[in-house]
Design a protein around this ligand. Structure first.
Ligand code: NAD
Ligand code: IPM
Ligand code: MN
Length: 347
């Protein structure tokens, strides 16, 4: 059970430490954790946000537990040297094309979300976000127009096979849940999205039991706060999925609660909270580690088939919240370590 642990920047190391404690507490036979440098931390140490050694560690492991990357002191660097290239590089290099971002309201937190409790209590959805394509990985640049104005440009595209493989992930996920799939796009404006929609409709023929709907992304953003209970599985592109998942996190209470799995074909995966390095609270012991702890649960489930252990972690997190142990992000006073202690105790 070799797992690469890439803690990264800002609150990354703080939250990862607590997730590692949880994994170690389970005393899993053969568990081996191998640390590697990523992000700004790796840039300052090795001159690159994703050093070759780190990629090698990733390839030698069966799964990756990832904290967060991002360091404003690197924002002046050329793009290929910025911390975010570590996570983008891992996703691309390792073929991690399917990003699962579940959002479910925890018992006892209904009153703490930014939605009315009767609206929030119905949330149990899964965002399936494509992770290897879209405007994220297209050609991009900065050019000067003939009249001297600077112009930034980024190319958005999806090839049909890229849409097809993520559509299958979406339909399969729906088959294992409420059999409802909502494909989110912007087909009323973007050619990329029109192809997306056409291909999703083609793939739907293989899943006659799944009820497929389509929604424009602007409406989806609105519906997520109006009536999030209507969603079962949402399948969408890289950019829209990034934005909608941050929004979904607040619908259930905090970005410090949302875990994610980034999967390749097979069982290999990278597991990380959906949040970033949170420079505003880094080093203060204030970060909520639950999203990372829940990511470790997803790791056990998806990469190692350890369903019972994953469920144990999830139950311990739910119990901790139900017992009123909350970080500042949820209006509580518990610090990072204290939350880690509470989860470990409840395991
Ligand atoms: P962010 O997610 O880091 O923070 C947004 C807000 O949420 C901040 O106020 C932060 O304090 C709060 N927050 C985030 N995680 C929290 C937690 N666990 N507990 C309590 N509060 C939490 O997003 P940002 O501020 O837009 O970005 C900061 C840096 O992180 C940037 O460099 C960005 O590129 C990077 N980033 C990295 C990842 C990743 O590594 N996958 C994801 C998102 C952003
Ligand atoms: C995320 C982050 C990343 C993304 C950034 C850091 C590249 O926001 O994982 O949600 O945009 O995918
Ligand atoms: Mn994001």
């Amino acid at each position: 059970m070799r797992i690469a642990v890439f803690a990264g920047d800002g609150i990354g190391p703080e939250v990862t430490e607590q997730a590692v404690r949880v994994l170690e507490k389970l005393e899993l036979p053969g568990l081996e954790l191998v640390e590697g440098d990523v992000g700004g931390a790796a840039y300052y140490k090795h001159g690159h946000p994703l050093p070759a050694e780190t990629l090698e560690i990733a390839r030698s492991a069966k799964a990756i537990l990832f904290g967060a990357v991002g360091d404003f002191s690197c924002d002046h660097l050329e793009r290929h040297l910025r911390p975010e290239q570590a996570i983008l590089g891992l996703r691309k290099e390792l073929g991690l094309f399917a990003n699962l971002r579940p959002a479910q309201v925890f018992a006892g937190l209904e009153d703490l979300t930014t939605l009315r409790p009767e609206v929030a209590s119905k949330i149990d959805l899964l965002i399936v976000r494509e992770l290897n394509g879209d405007v994220y990985f297209g050609e991009k640049g900065l050019r000067t127009l003939e009249d001297g104005r600077r112009q930034g440009w980024d190319m958005m595209s999806y090839a049909e096979d890229e849409v097809r493989r993520i559509a299958h992930v979406g339909f399969k996920a729906a088959m294992g849940r409420g059999k409802k799939l909502c494909s989110v796009d912007k087909a009323n404006v973007l050619e990329t999205s029109q192809l997306w929609r056409d291909v999703v409709i083609e793939v739907a023929k293989e899943y006659p039991e799944v009820e497929l709907t389509h929604m424009y992304v602007d409406n989806a953003a609105m519906q997520l706060v109006k009536n999030p209970g209507q969603f079962d599985v949402i399948v969408t592109g890289n950019l829209f999925g990034d934005i909608l998942s941050d929004q979904a996190s607040m619908c259930v209470g905090s970005i410090g609660l949302l875990a994610s799995a980034s999967l390749a074909e097979g069982t290999y995966g990278l597991y990380e909270p959906i949040h970033g390095s949170a420079p505003d609270i880094a080093g203060k012991g204030l970060a909520n580690p639950m999203a990372t702890i829940l990511s470790a649960a997803m790791l056990l489930r998806h990469s190692f088939g350890l369903e019972a252990e994953a469920a144990r972690i999830e139950a311990a997190v739910a119990r901790t919240l139900a017992d009123g142990i909350k970080g500042g992000d949820l209006g509580g006073t518990a610090g990072t370590r204290e939350i880690g202690d509470a989860v470990v105790e409840r395991l």
